[in-house]
Design a protein around this ligand. Structure first.
Ligand code: G6P
Length: 369
């Protein structure tokens, strides 16, 4: 097992550090930035189906569901196709409206999640075209879906999903870009810019991994917290949910993710000087809005841990702790902002003496209802 961990203390840390290379593996052979081409055989073979889709329904569970939420923002922005994201467990039991004009995308790391599988079968029965985004080749979901694109994250051992999440977002972003090109919903300039930028993501993730020491330092301060709030807006709202999920899964600290502006409709009541609030505040996004959210937290004595773009000065003045990440466009930022949040949860869990790779009560793959 020590050999499998490749010198890392835990699988989770190893998998966090693998992200630059597995993101590259995931786009290799599919993304040709200089030529301005994105090609994924599953999409090419079924381009008509995607082009005629009146709606895309994304079904998944857990972290994969969070990747689906990021994809909702990306697909709607890039392709203008309406998207709905559903928990597979809810979808399957609510007599959902699905027709042959819908494309269903099922996301699953393991490809074995029972609820996702049942939702796929239901969608197929109702005539929808079902596309899989799975990590495990030959898994039940890969086989059950009409077509799909694999993520190439390699085996994920840590129960808390890390590299599967970022590679899922990579695949989904590439599908959205391919469709945007086919539909003409994105200018050529933007299309090329995104391709070039996507190609640079592994380098930027590598840079974001340099926040490890900072994350460790912050973890030491907050390791005994009972609660933690994660806030983000737009593309980074799902990242806030994922950051909170990671923390509760492995450290057993109660954490909630929220859209930053929605805070005033509830969580703001919880804010006091004992409440750490992680705010995802990259420069490109709804920056001014998030700055005012930070001011609201500050005026209630909340402790602010902000994830900001390198060189940021405005948030730095307000926040108690800052974690700097490299700049990326808003739509691709979840691939970067996620990294320090994974590291923060990891270090907090280690400092609390938790079983990071196998947290209590959780399973890597939930094959029963
Ligand atoms: C379990 C795992 C999570 C995962 C979820 C969905 O809860 O612990 O890490 O996100 O299942 O799994 P899937 O394999 O379908 O992505």
């Amino acid at each position: 097992e020590q050999i499998e961990k490749g010198g890392y203390e835990h699988f989770m840390l190893k998998e966090i550090y693998e992200q630059p290379s597995v993101i590259k593996d995931t786009y290799r052979g599919r993304l040709h930035a200089n030529e301005g081409i994105i090609q994924m055989s599953g999409v090419e073979d079924n381009l008509e189906k995607f082009m005629n889709a009146e709606r895309i329904i994304i079904i998944a569970c857990g972290t994969s569901w969070h990747a689906g939420l990021v994809a909702e923002y990306v697909f709607e922005e890039f392709t203008r196709i309406p998207v709905e994201v559903e928990y597979a467990s809810e979808f399957r039991y609510r007599n959902p409206i699905i027709t042959a004009k819908d494309v269903v995308i099922a996301i699953s790391q393991s490809g074995e999640t029972a609820d996702t599988m049942a939702a796929i079968k239901l969608a197929k029965e109702k005539g929808a075209f079902v596309y899989g985004v799975c990590n495990v080749v030959g898994s039940s979901i890969s086989r059950e879906t009409h077509a799909g694109s694999h993520t190439h994250a390699g085996p994920e051992i840590g129960v808390a999903s890390t590299k599967a999440f970022t590679t899922q977002i990579t695949v989904l972003t590439m599908i959205a870009l391919r469709l945007a090109k086919a539909k003409g919903t994105m200018s050529n300039t933007d299309f090329h810019r995104y391709l070039l930028e996507l190609e640079l993501i592994p380098e930027k993730v590598k840079e974001a991994l340099d926040t490890n020491d900072k994350a460790k330092e912050i973890a030491a301060v907050f390791k005994n917290s009972n609660n933690c709030l994660y806030l983000g807006r737009g593309y980074n709202f799902p990242v806030a949910l994922e950051g909170a999920l990671k923390l509760k899964e492995i450290s057993y600290i109660h954490a909630e993710g929220y859209p930053a502006a929605e805070m005033k409709h509830g969580p703001i009541a919880l804010i006091d000087k004992y409440m750490p609030v992680v705010v995802i505040a990259p420069k490109l996004g709804h920056y001014d809005k998030i700055v005012s959210n930070i001011q609201e937290i500050k005026s209630r004595s909340g402790i602010i841990i902000a994830v900001v773009t390198k060189g940021d000065t405005q948030v730095r003045e307000l926040a108690d702790y800052v974690i700097e990440i490299p700049e990326t466009s808003d739509a691709l930022s979840p691939l970067i902002t996620t990294i320090p949040l994974q590291l923060l949860s990891y270090h907090i869990a280690v400092m609390r003496g938790c079983n990071v790779d196998q947290p209590r009560n959780l399973a890597k793959s939930v094959t029963v209802e």
